[in-house]
Design a protein around this ligand. Structure first.
Ligand SMILES: *[C@@H]1O[C@H](CO)[C@@H](O)[C@H](O)[C@H]1NC(C)=O
Length: 185
């Protein structure tokens, strides 16, 4: 009897820890690597190609790594993004390790604050999905698809599906239940 309560307690604690970590939001390293915030070598290498493959949701973070001596990140209006106008940014970051929380749905426009960089393609649009559009019916098939690697959003690979958190969560919960049963036997 004592082992049952112990297993239950253990399972509940693990569930709680899992849920609290998942509610914090994902971190997206811009371009998938620490060298990416720079003038792209070709249009096909642009940061918008990366941004379009990524699924950003409210509560996620974008992280830029760059040399604070020669570059910066400006959040600007759509018009200033198009014109590469660096004179009146909405927000300006130049600490070399910028972390921004995406706290609302819709487009965010970023350009480099270094002179001439935006004109050469160092700019990026991030679109944060509205809570409704992020709920895809794919959800129901989560039990048959393999759990993705938790590091996948940092790689320069295909977009992380919005269900990935749920996938990882359900398989981890499964593991927890199995572990709990092992304790019981
Ligand atoms: C840049 O933006 C500022 C402030 O909105 C404006 O006064 C200026 O004319 C703009 N420059 C260009 C080149 O569009």
């Amino acid at each position: 009897m004592a082992s049952i309560s112990l297993a239950l307690f253990y399972t509940l604690v693990l569930c709680f820890l899992l849920f609290s970590s998942f509610s914090e939001g994902k971190e997206f390293l811009v371009g998938g690597n620490t060298e990416a915030w720079k003038i792209p070598s070709s249009p096909s290498d642009s940061l918008n190609q990366w941004a379009q493959r990524s699924r950003f949701q409210i509560g996620d973070f974008i992280v830029w790594k760059y040399n604070a001596k020669d570059d910066s990140v400006l959040q600007v209006s759509r018009k200033d993004y198009s014109n590469c106008n660096i004179s009146s940014p909405i927000a300006q970051f130049n600490d070399g390790d910028t972390k921004l929380k995406l706290d609302k749905a819709g487009p965010y426009y970023f350009i480099s604050g270094a002179k001439g960089h935006c004109e050469q393609g160092q700019k990026m649009i991030v679109v944060v999905m509205s809570p409704r559009s992020s709920q895809k019916p794919i959800m129901s098939s989560s039990s048959i698809s393999p759990a993705p690697s938790p590091v996948s959003e940092f790689e320069d690979g295909p977009a992380v599906a919005p269900t990935s958190g749920a996938n990882a969560l359900s398989s981890t919960l499964m593991m927890t239940v199995i572990l709990g049963m092992v304790v019981l036997v």
